[in-house]
Design a protein. Structure first.
Length: 235
């Protein structure tokens, strides 16, 4: 899925409108939220419909954030789970050093303490897109591999799943290093803002963003997940 489809001016307008709406109605960011201690990434081949309903599905431990990636299947659009498959899941498997499963697989990793602070945020849906951002402060060291995911939370029981799913819907990958220009919007930070397309069939009310950064050895140095909270004040 492509997070970069709007033209620059349209993208800027989208971000401005989404941000204004978010300020007026709610705040959707990782500010004040508990930091996940690790990631449980579950991968399902789109060919394997029973894998979605399997009772032996890996469960997150205390403090872990579970993510669900659906890989493109060998049957293409005819695969049972093809409508929720994302091609970036293949790149994620490669980054973890895993081979493509015929059915399903899982990876569990702990985060490591770091002096950097990671923040993710998003605005409100507008024109089929969601304005999103990811920030690492201070913007130094690296190189860092940053991942920003648009995810949809699906309650347990959805299509027969025995567990709640955090389904990956869209993906943005970034590399931050000493050559990356520092943000003028967020001085001293690595900062990126992009509109992400909302896939057909996704429920906008269940969407949020998840992000993390890794060092050159693939170690998790920061994990953050957004949550929408009511706006304070008003008059």
């Amino acid at each position: 899925m492509n997070a970069l489809k709007p033209k620059p001016r349209a993208a800027a307008l989208l971000m401005a409108l989404a941000a204004a709406g978010a300020q007026a109605q709610s705040s959707c960011s990782s500010d004040g939220q508990p930091r996940p201690s690790g990631l449980l990434e579950r991968f399902i081949n789109a060919d394997c419909e029973p894998c979605w309903r399997a009772t032996e599905t890996a469960r997150p431990g205390r403090g872990e954030l579970a993510l669900d990636w659906v890989l493109p299947g060998s049957r293409g659009e005819d695969a049972p789970l093809s409508t929720v498959a994302v091609r970036e899941a293949l790149a994620r498997l490669q980054a973890l050093g895993l081979t493509r499963p015929l059915q399903d697989a899982a990876s569990r990793r702990k985060g490591q303490a770091s002096g950097e602070r990671l923040r993710v945020a998003h605005g409100l849906p507008f024109g089929g897109y969601l304005g999103t951002s990811i920030e690492l402060k201070p913007g130094r060291g690296g190189p860092w591999q940053a991942w920003l995911l648009l995810v949809e939370t699906l309650p347990a029981g959805t299509e027969g799943s025995p567990v709640e799913r955090t389904l990956v819907r869209n993906v943005l990958q970034l590399t931050w290093d000493s050559q990356t220009p520092r943000s003028e919007i967020r001085p001293g930070s690595f900062y990126e803002t992009r509109p992400m397309q909302i896939p057909t069939g996704a429920d906008p009310t269940r969407l949020r963003v998840v992000g993390w950064v890794e060092d050159t050895r693939g170690r998790l140095k920061g994990i953050a997940a957004s949550r929408c909270t009511p706006a304070s004040g008003g008059g």
